[in-house]
Design a protein around this ligand. Structure first.
Ligand SMILES: [Zn+2]
Length: 413
């Protein structure tokens, strides 16, 4: 089961927008003449907050695929799983993002470290690996990553025993690590994954800069471009010389809306003839809120205002699970009474991510992004509003993915 060249991870908190998401991807696929494979992703954290199940994600995807007569590849991703929670994803997922960030820096046994150094010194000399393969550097790589790679192997084999060989796509993610991986780190991580028998097809490194949810990249785009290219070269090498699957590619856990990076990702990938997996966060939910506000339907706008005022009140609680991936300045948040006096369209303009737009408010956008728990607590009213306004909301979701993401990634007209 080899993953297609381009794939796009899309999250959907309430499993209502599968068709809109797929429509955007099918439209862009037609433009570029290559399938952009949809991957519906949802993390354990999200399932817990919403009270949803992997089976519901699968059903949403199946319904969308059937409704639109889509005949290409598609997957449902058990996002950021580890050994403690993987089991509940086995039946309804065929893409597994094995998160080993928490295991980086854990000490591995001395004899395992020595064996790693011995085989790596030998491989570096034989394969002429273009990185610092001094013993001191290998010791550093081992101290940081050897245990994490073993853990990836343990989880991979656990999944393989249950799903069967070749019946799923494996990603290894380290994007939530504290520090970036050097090219040497990355090459030896890939080599050790190959030796562990992990047929990894996408790998998510920790890039330079901040990838806060739902807002643009904060960091040096030039440094990102250099890193992206170094990782890309490491992947070419790993496929050629370590025997990893030919479909192996970088996975970018973008947190959505990394508008300044998309052209860089697109053009470097094109130059290397190797695709990428771009994972977005559950910003589809934000587009639902924007779509509801845009309708100016009294009940829908009232619900949006209720969500915002409760979000301000419960800001600390809602932000806590996302503290490392959001950056909200409280002084940038309008008060609930201020927002209550606005029209739906004014609220939509504040939430919609158009950099430079005078009404755009990134603090408000990020707060609403993490406030989906409030919609989950008012699920009947929220779903009823979505159903009453299904067409308008769906168009908002589709346009967001196509116009703001895919257009920039694939340089579409
Ligand atoms: Zn991630």
């Amino acid at each position: 089961m080899l993953l297609g060249k381009y794939s796009f991870g899309t999250g959907d908190r309430f499993a209502q927008q599968g068709e809109a998401q797929l429509r955007a991807l099918m439209k862009a696929s037609q433009e570029i003449g290559t399938d952009i494979v949809p991957v519906w992703n949802k993390s354990n954290r999200e399932h817990q907050i919403v009270g949803s199940t992997p089976a519901a994600v699968r059903r949403e995807a199946e319904d969308a695929v059937t409704a639109l007569g889509y005949g290409g590849q598609w997957f449902t991703d058990a996002d950021h799983i580890n050994m403690s929670n993987v089991d509940k994803f086995i039946d309804d997922s065929d893409f597994f993002t094995i998160d080993v960030a928490d295991f980086i820096g854990k000490p591995e046994a001395d004899d395992a470290v020595e064996a790693f150094i011995e085989r790596s010194l030998k491989a570096a000399a034989e394969l002429k690996l273009p990185v610092d393969a001094s013993e001191a550097n290998l010791r550093r790589v081992a101290a940081n990553y050897l245990y994490a790679v073993r853990e990836a192997g343990r989880i991979y084999r656990h999944i393989e025993e249950r799903k069967g060989h070749g019946r799923f796509v494996a990603e290894v993610s380290m994007d939530e690590a504290a520090a970036s991986q050097s090219p040497a780190d990355f090459i030896f991580i890939l080599r050790e994954l190959a030796l562990e028998g992990v047929e990894v097809q996408t790998i998510a490194p920790r890039f330079h800069g901040s990838f806060h949810k739902g807002v643009d990249y904060v960091g040096d785009v030039g440094v990102f471009a250099i890193q992206f290219e170094e990782y890309m070269q490491a992947i070419d090498l790993a496929v050629e010389r370590f025997g990893l699957p030919p479909s192996l590619k970088l996975s970018i856990h973008s947190g959505s809306d990394k508008f300044s990076l998309y052209p860089v990702i697109g053009s470097i990938s094109k130059r290397y003839g190797r695709g990428f997996h771009l994972k977005t966060a559950g910003t589809t939910w934000l587009e639902e809120v924007i779509g509801l506000a845009m309708t100016e339907e009294a009940e829908a706008v009232r619900l949006v205002k209720l969500i915002y005022s409760q979000a301000v009140e419960r800001c600390d609680e809602l932000c806590l699970p996302y503290s490392t991936v959001i950056d909200i300045k409280p002084e940038g948040l309008p008060t609930p009474s201020e927002v209550n006096s606005r029209s739906g369209r004014q609220i939509a303009a504040a939430l919609r991510h158009i950099p430079g737009h005078p009404e755009y408010n990134p603090d408000m956008r990020q707060l609403v992004h993490v406030a989906y728990k409030i919609a989950a607590e008012n699920m009947d009213a929220y779903l009823a509003a979505l159903h009453r306004n299904a067409l308008a909301v769906g168009l908002e979701v589709e346009a967001n993915i196509y116009d703001r993401h895919l257009r920039r990634l694939f340089d579409l007209p």
